[in-house]
Design a binder for this molecule. Structure first.
Ligand code: MHO
Length: 228
């Protein structure tokens, strides 16, 4: 209910990209080392609705960043299956790490946490295919998704949170950090800042991001610098 009230508050303008979410949403949960990067990489992709980072894959109850136990830094992506497929996201997963590399710390182990049989089948098939072309053993874990613990707020959209100029606007739009984390606009902007997406995509999407004109210029400068 409070969500709806937020959305009709005329003092704040919700970014157009956040007006509505698709009816059908699917989730991908995976680990690719430090979760700040994959939060950006997936967050910028068209079809990705929202992202969050957290901990999964272990048995320790209520892990925190400084008390992770046997959990892994994990990113969770809600996406619109009409716009992007699990296959495409899985492809990015495999292309974003070296599956044969020995893991030096469980916190950074690559893993795919499947949510259903369809995801499991595709994950195992692609793993076998990759494995058949390699002489070394694939170390990447493919395991059933059990539980995801949300990471501390300062880890969410980490790169974006580093820019006070932009955060001031987001705080105005989304006084609650939870709404900020769930924002597609925030996911895209975090991704652009992290070095993903390109100027062409930015030119197309900036009118939907809900940023003021000078912050659009500010962000474009960051993207330009990233690409140099
Ligand atoms: N090397 C990074 C890892 C952070 S990530 C959330 C750092 O400590 O700055 O594990």
């Amino acid at each position: 209910m409070s969500q709806i009230i937020t959305k009709i508050d005329t003092n704040r303008s919700i970014p157009p990209i956040d007006y509505s979410a698709p009816e059908k949403i699917e989730t991908l949960t995976c680990a690719l080392g430090c979760f700040w990067g994959p939060d950006c990489k997936f967050g910028v992709m068209e079809g990705v609705v929202r992202t969050r980072v957290g901990y999964a894959g272990g048995t320790t109850k209520d892990p925190t960043y400084h008390n992770l136990g046997d959990h892994i830094e994990t990113v969770q992506i809600d996406y619109d299956p009409e716009k992007i497929s699990f296959e495409e996201l899985l492809d990015i997963f495999w292309n974003s790490h070296k599956p044969t590399r020995t893991v030096w710390k469980r916190q950074y182990a690559p893993a795919l946490f499947f949510h259903n049989e369809h995801q499991e089948k595709l994950a195992r098939e692609t793993r076998d295919e990759i494995s058949s072309n390699l002489s070394e053993k694939v170390q990447t874990e493919i395991v059933f998704f059990d539980k995801f613990y949300m990471a501390e707020m300062y880890h969410q959209k980490y790169h974006l949170q580093g820019y006070e100029e932009l955060m001031a606007e987001y705080r105005h739009i989304y006084p609650s950090l939870g709404d900020f984390v769930n924002s597609t606009s925030a996911a895209r902007v975090n991704g652009f800042i992290g070095g993903y997406g390109d100027i062409a995509q930015f030119e197309e999407e900036f009118p939907l991001l809900g940023l003021s004109a000078d912050k659009v210029v500010f962000l474009k400068d960051i993207i330009d610098r990233n690409k140099r």
